[in-house]
Design a protein around this ligand. Structure first.
Ligand code: FAD
Length: 451
């Protein structure tokens, strides 16, 4: 297995490949080990133990803050572990951690099966499921980690073990949304699958930002009555390139309402989306596209345009109980001062979360009716300071209404209690107890920057 030490000539290129965000942290592992098999992972863990090195893990490298890069220690790069096998009869799959969302969705589609894979084409399931996993058709299929039935992992003793409902069940609980501080290397996720929807239908409405106050109260009132098969997102952002061409003029941000419905027929999905075509200011929509059938490939292409590669990102997502209208009005005003026109806000107005008694036991435990994502996006390192300041101040302006954070897309380095604030009360403490039990020497790095 390739082992790259800090003094090796290809060290810096290898290190930089570990992080998708162009804003690569100045943290330097002693050694980066690229594994291709279970046995490699066992060997790597034993090597780290023998050298007194702590271990960090990387699957798809999409942590916005590059949590896998630590100062010192060993980084185990799993990126070649990206296979999947499907048991069609049992409607389950066994997937390796570095499989990307697009690869997983394509493999399952061959069998007319599906999984709530994440929205971005290139995110890998390794970190996504540990974070919780906000994926496609979440209303129908649940938060992605609730569909993890078991995991196979290498523990701190270098042993290959399984965690399921009967064995090491607290490790399975931790893997379902406990975040990037897991005490082991997960080799395989055993996943529950669903019949693939026969139809995915999309609508797209683009409005001037000035109409926020005319749209958001209507949407907030409508949302509780929408079928759970409907997913909708509000974007305060530059429009996708195809829509931008339609709008012409100089580049500027708009309010885009993007609803989707999953179902068995065009009639069913169109009916599910019908209420979204009743906005009181519909006649002022600059773009109105209703009931367009789309594939997962189409959806991934849209997401790839929303989060372009090769950029510098600062990202924060909060959960809130606040009235969405003043929140969005305030964010519109803040966006007007953003140093980069590429910076954007994504908002999901959802029904109040309910506790599903049939849901599996899981660490994932933070949710509220309003989900606000602030994505600061820019091109050059010379613009870091201005953009980082704007981002920090924007999230600060949201503090009074912040109930909690989303573990998968929050900046854990912003506060030593940020991971705890991304979980329900008591969950962080239980996670730490599990870490101490399975990894008493602290061989595996915990959540970065946490007390
Ligand atoms: C463009 C983009 C779009 C995104 N969209 C979404 C989205 O739609 N929904 C959503 O929920 N999230 C989304 N995210 C966030 C993403 O899910 C998290 O950043 C996630 O951690 C990425 O997983 P990864 O394996 O690619 O990242 P990595 O950086 O490789 O992993 C992150 C951390 O997870 C841990 N880890 C990963 N694999 C393992 C393993 N096998 N064993 C033990 N620990 C492991 C490690 O601590 C690692 O440092 C998005 C991120 C990006 C960059």
């Amino acid at each position: 297995m390739p082992i790259v030490w800090r003094t090796d000539p290809d060290y810096e290129a290898t290190r930089r490949r570990m992080v998708w965000n162009e804003r690569i942290p100045n943290r330097f592992p002693d050694v980066i080990v690229s594994v291709t098999s279970d046995a490699d992972v066992v060997d790597a863990v034993k090597l780290a133990r023998s050298r007194g090195l702590r271990i960090a893990v990387r699957a798809g490298g999409h942590s916005w803050i590059g949590t896998s890069l630590r100062d010192g220690g060993m980084l185990i790069d799993l990126s070649r572990l990206n296979g999947v096998t499907v048991d069609v009869a049992a409607r389950t799959a066994v997937a390796q951690p570095a499989i990307k969302n697009t690869e997983l969705v394509a493999a399952l589609a061959q069998h007319e099966l599906a999984f709530p894979a994440g929205h971005c084409p290139t995110v890998a399931i390794g970190g996504y499921l540990l974070a919780g996993g906000q994926g496609w058709n979440q209303g129908g299929w649940g938060i992605a980690c609730s569909n993890v039935l078991a995991i196979d992992l290498v523990n701190a003793d270098g042993e290959l073990i399984t965690a399921d409902a009967q064995h090491n069940s607290d490790l399975l609980w931790a893997a379902r949304g406990g975040g990037p501080g897991f005490p082991g290397v997960i080799l395989r996720y055993h996943l529950r699958l669903y019949p693939a929807p026969k139809v995915i239908m999309q609508c797209l409405y683009v409005y001037p930002l000035e109409l926020i106050e005319g749209i958001v109260p209507w949407l907030a009132e409508l949302v509780p009555s929408l079928p759970s098969s409907v997913e909708q997102l509000l974007l305060l952002a530059l429009p996708p390139p195809r829509v931008a061409r339609q709008l012409g003029g100089r580049p500027q941000r708009y309010l885009t309402l993007w609803p989707l419905a999953y179902g068995d027929s065009a009639a069913e999905t169109a009916a599910a989306l019908a209420a979204l075509d009743t906005c009181p200011v519909l006649d002022q929509a600059l773009v109105r596209q209703v009931n367009t059938p789309v594939s997962f490939d189409d959806l991934f292409a849209i997401e790839a345009a929303v989060f372009p590669e090769g950029h510098r990102y600062d990202v924060g997502i909060i959960w809130s109980d606040a009235d969405p209208t003043p929140v969005l009005s305030g964010l519109r005003d803040r966006l007007a001062q953003a140093p980069s026109l590429k910076s954007e806000i994504l908002v999901a107005v959802t029904p109040p979360p309910t506790i599903d008694p049939s849901a599996p036991e899981m660490a994932y435990s933070m949710a509220a009716p309003l989900y606000v994502g602030c994505y600061s996006v820019w091109d050059n390192a010379a613009e870091d300071e201005a953009n980082e300041r704007w981002h920090r101040e924007t999230l600060k302006s949201l503090e009074p209404i912040t109930r909690g954070h989303y573990m998968g897309e929050t900046d854990l380095l912003a506060s030593p209690t940020r991971a705890a604030e991304s979980l329900a009360p008591g969950v962080w403490e239980r996670l730490q107890t599990i870490r101490r039990r399975y990894d008493p020497q602290g061989l595996f790095y915990g959540h970065i920057g946490q007390a």
